[in-house]
Ligand binder design. Structure first.
Ligand code: NAI
Ligand code: OAA
Length: 355
């Protein structure tokens, strides 16, 4: 890849607007390409050789905020690490291929991104992945508690509505839990809501912001189109908003069906994961006003975990932002999602306590 192409990809990542968030300050963008100007930051990807892991490894290698990129998987890591390591960008890449190397993979990490686990096939719900992925997440989080207890964890593995509560319980048991360092990655819901809204509203997609709240499965995904900006250039009926909401909620299933048994979203998820990890790094580096949606420990509803806009800073999640004004349709959606989200949270907590 030509350096100019690398610069433009990285610039696009740095410049894009968050889920209700701000663009990077111009000074930060200009400084980011001088490798010695931004602090050393280590990012670890667990599940790095998978469908999400590979393109995510590529995107993190292109991120000039990353100085060390640690790629861990139980299969296929050496090839991915060798391949990505040849790219002439700042991050030094190391691959780790077995459980006895997990400690070294994690040590010193600032951000740990977890896309390890099995994806859906057509006809499955995300909850159908629980039996396999809960155990994977539990063992990876046990290692995080031991080797990098201060890292910000970006949980991608599904069902996110349950894997985040599992991680919280594992960290509590280990005595390392810090709620500001545990984030369920719901950025793909925001990415989809922005894309679908831009198409219907006839506004430039790069300018669009749409908060998505709740959780990350079916009706628990609640896009707040009443707060979408910029205002629509087309007149959007209630039926249009209902259709946009449903398409956002079913976005994952749309990809699972199109892939017809070959997995779920990987490329758009890698993009979304790279956007969220980049926001965490910017926050750690002290860039102000970094706001993204994420599924975090929360008190903004009666549920202990909930996705909403959060402000990221030097300590991870520094503020969980409120829901803002909701339309009647969104208020109804909020009440409807609560029982399912509550039971997914309880399932995760029960698993972690009993295993
Ligand atoms: N949060 C979100 O928005 C999204 C979440 N996902 C979820 O991400 C997960 C991964 O999806 P894909 O990358 O498509 O799956 P994949 O099967 O292509 O890759 C998963 C990788 O995890 C690895 N793995 C399994 N157990 C491991 C362990 N104990 N330690 C380290 N690595 C391990 C596998 O070897 C494999 O390389 C799935 O659970 C999927 O449902 C997918 C899309 C969006
Ligand atoms: O749908 C799935 O299984 C994967 C996922 O979470 C998404 O694409 O949003």
């Amino acid at each position: 890849m030509r350096p100019s192409m690398l610069r433009s990809i990285s610039s696009a990542l740095l410049r894009r607007r968050g889920g209700g968030g701000a663009a990077a300050a111009p000074g930060v963008l200009a400084r980011s390409f001088a490798s010695d100007a931004s602090p050393a930051r280590k990012v670890a990807i667990l599940g790095a050789a998978g469908g999400i892991g590979q393109p995510l490894a590529l995107l993190m290698k292109l991120n000039p905020l990353v100085s060390s990129l640690s790629l861990y998987d139980i299969a296929g890591t050496p090839g991915v690490a060798a391949d990505v390591s040849h790219i002439n960008s700042r991050a030094e890449v190391k691959g780790f291929a077995s459980e006895d190397q997990l400690g070294e993979a994690l040590e010193g990490s600032d951000v740990v991104v977890i896309p390890a686990g099995v994806p859906r096939k057509p006809g499955m719900t995300r909850d159908d992945l629980f039996n396999i992925n809960a155990g994977i997440v539990k063992s990876l989080c046990t290692a995080i508690a031991k080797y990098c207890p201060n890292a910000i964890v970006n949980m991608i593995s599904n069902p996110v509505n349950s894997t985040v509560p599992i991680a919280a319980e594992v960290f509590k048991k280990a005595g390392t839990y810090d709620e500001s360092k545990l984030c369920g990655v719901t950025t793909l819901d925001v990415v989809r809501a922005k894309t679908f809204y831009a198409g219907k509203a006839m506004v430039p997609v790069a300018d669009v912001n749409v908060p998505v709240v709740g959780g990350h499965a079916g009706i628990t995904i609640l896009p707040l189109f009443s707060q979408a900006t910029p205002a629509s250039n087309a007149s959007l009926s209630h039926e249009d908003i209902k259709a946009l909401t449903k398409r956002t909620q079913d976005g994952g299933t749309e990809v699972v069906e199109a892939k017809a048994g070959k997995g779920s979203a990987t490329l758009s998820m890698a993009y979304a994961g790279a956007v969220f990890a980049d926001a965490c790094l910017k926050g750690l580096n002290g860039v102000p006003d970094i706001v993204e949606c994420s599924y975090v420990q929360s008190t903004i509803t009666e549920l202990p975990f909930f996705a909403s806009k959060v402000r990221l800073g030097k300590n991870g999640v520094e503020e969980v932002l409120g829901l803002g004004p909701l339309s009647d349709y969104e208020k109804e959606g909020l009440e409807n999602l609560k029982p399912e989200l509550k039971s997914s949270i309880e399932k995760g907590i029960k698993f972690a306590k009993e295993n």
